[in-house]
Design a protein around this ligand. Structure first.
Ligand code: 5AD
Ligand code: SF4
Length: 471
């Protein structure tokens, strides 16, 4: 019997990859994807717990399914991912018509659990152990990475894929729920990662993005031999067909010289580094327990500029963290001006259950102050992104073409040419007039216009002289 699966994913790239794996697995069990929740007999939400807003959205989506489930009790509704791990049976309490709760470390159990429910079972729940609920080994074993299956239709594009190299996190920043929801940091075996990269290349993938919560802390030890990210990059560089290798998210303290030298030496490795600073004040960094000082971060930036001069660096910031004063907030503005990030993701602090900050600090910055600080910081960052992008005008860049741009339809309706979109090696978004045959190619494009977020260019048809591209 063919089943129809509707799946909605919120959150980070790790969640997108998890959904890709679950869909691939369920396809093997006779499932087809549908975009229409009403047509589906299985409805899954892959959830995020990093901020309350992401959870609220899922709970209201679940609320909208109440009537559907009353009319069609045979439909199976499941909640997977970080919120499933964090809230566990609370989800059954808040939405009793949910059938299935599966943590990020139990995804491989989904087909079996659904079958059990269909065979007349009641609620099913599979989650990992909490960080204090067993021996280190038992806790680790209860968070299993789920990787070998791939589903090309779930990828960002056919030419790009995420590749997990690490799960979990051991940094325990005081605001963050991830070490609880995704468990201890564990690196995947390098041979497995390389095999998966080969498979992706065979499927036509040109760009892989290595995923880990602190990806540059990657480490795998077997038979007395430890592989770090630099060594792994060397191995992946050899995979034929892969043209670009990116990796997110980095942890500032682990951005060592050797890794930077490797990035600079390997052509396929994108000199694009997402290294969240989170805050510009030592006092706040300490309250966040980030494990570095403003001075450490500055040293790291100089190390990057020294060794990888072309690097584009991006950051995350949290505004309105517990006790953040106006003067402390100003230091974030100073840091953005000092480091001139390519872009920054700015978040309003959201108190999370089970974190150290919730336990010992007070979420005392009013929401409207958080909002105002968010807007102010974003404005400074946009101003910088705009000035930095203008420097590209008149220069050629090498664009991996992803497909039609989001606005292409509007252009076509107005009788204008197709707008294609792609990215440079440093992850800068480039839009240009083109055609569908260009998708999946790396093309030279000369930039003629820029905004803080996008660059506009023309494909260079006759390239004269040496191939020197801006990144
Ligand atoms: N509130 C707001 N932002 C958060 N982040 C992590 N936890 C929280 C929280 N409780 C942000 C951090 C991280 C990004 C993925 O989300 O900036 O780098
Ligand atoms: Fe969360 Fe900090 Fe780990 Fe990043 S490094 S996932 S912010 S605990």
């Amino acid at each position: 019997m063919i089943h129809r699966l509707y799946i909605e994913t919120v959150g980070c790239q790790m969640n997108m990859l998890d959904s890709e794996m679950v869909v691939a697995d369920l396809r093997k069990h006779g499932y087809e994807l549908t975009n229409d929740v009403k047509q589906a007999d299985t409805i899954l939400y892959n959830t995020c717990s990093v901020r309350a807003h992401a959870e609220d959205k899922v709970y209201s989506a679940l609320g909208r399914l109440k009537l559907l489930k009353r009319r069609h009790p045979e439909k199976i509704i499941g909640v997977m991912g970080c919120m499933a791990q964090k809230d566990q049976t609370t989800i059954f309490d808040r939405a009793p018509y949910v059938d299935l709760i599966v943590g990020p470390g139990q995804l491989q159990e989904i087909p079996g659990l659904i079958e059990k429910i269909r065979a007349g079972g009641e609620h099913e729940m599979a989650v990992g152990l909490g960080r204090r609920d067993g021996s280190q080994d038992d806790i680790r074993k209860s968070h299993v990475t789920f990787d070998p299956l791939r589903d090309p239709t779930m990828r960002p594009t056919p030419y790009q894929a995420y590749l997990r190299i690490q799960i979990g996190c051991d940094k325990f920043c005081t605001y963050c729920v991830v070490p609880n929801t995704r468990g201890p940091e564990q690196g995947r075996p390098p041979a497995m990662i390389v095999d998966e990269a080969r498979l992706l290349a065979e499927q036509g993938c040109l760009e892989i993005t290595l995923l880990g919560q602190t990806v540059n802390s990657y480490s795998y030890t077997a038979d007395g031999k430890t592989t770090d990210l630099a060594a792994l990059l060397e191995m992946l560089h050899e995979v034929e067909g892969i043209k670009r290798i990116k990796f997110v998210t980095n942890y500032p303290k682990d951005m060592g010289r050797n890794l930077l030298e490797t990035i600079n030496n390997l052509d396929k490795v994108s000199p694009y580094l997402h290294v969240p600073l989170q805050h510009g004040s030592n006092e706040v960094l300490q309250r966040m327990k980030r494990g570095y000082t403003v001075e450490d971060y500055r040293d790291m930036m100089h190390r990057i500029w020294d060794i990888v001069p072309d690097a584009a660096i991006s950051s995350d910031f949290i505004v309105g963290f517990c006790g953040e004063t106006d003067a402390e907030f100003q230091t974030c503005i100073d840091s953005i001006r000092e480091y001139r990030f390519k872009n920054s993701f700015i978040f309003k602090y959201s108190e999370r259950e089970g974190t150290k900050a919730q336990d010992i600090m007070i979420d005392d910055v009013p929401y409207d102050v958080k909002q105002a600080r968010n807007n102010e910081l974003l404005e400074v960052q946009n101003e910088i992104s705009e000035t930095e992008n203008i420097k590209f005008i008149g220069k050629p860049v090498a664009v991996l073409v992803e497909g039609r741009s989001k606005k292409s339809e509007q252009f076509e309706e107005a009788g204008k040419p197709i707008q294609m979109v792609g990215r440079t090696h440093c992850d800068r978004i480039v839009v240009f007039e083109g055609n569908d045959r260009q998708a999946g190619k790396i093309l030279p494009v000369t930039i003629f216009e820029t905004t803080p977020f996008t660059m506009f260019g023309t494909v260079v048809t006759e390239h004269v002289g040496p191939e020197v591209f801006s990144l």
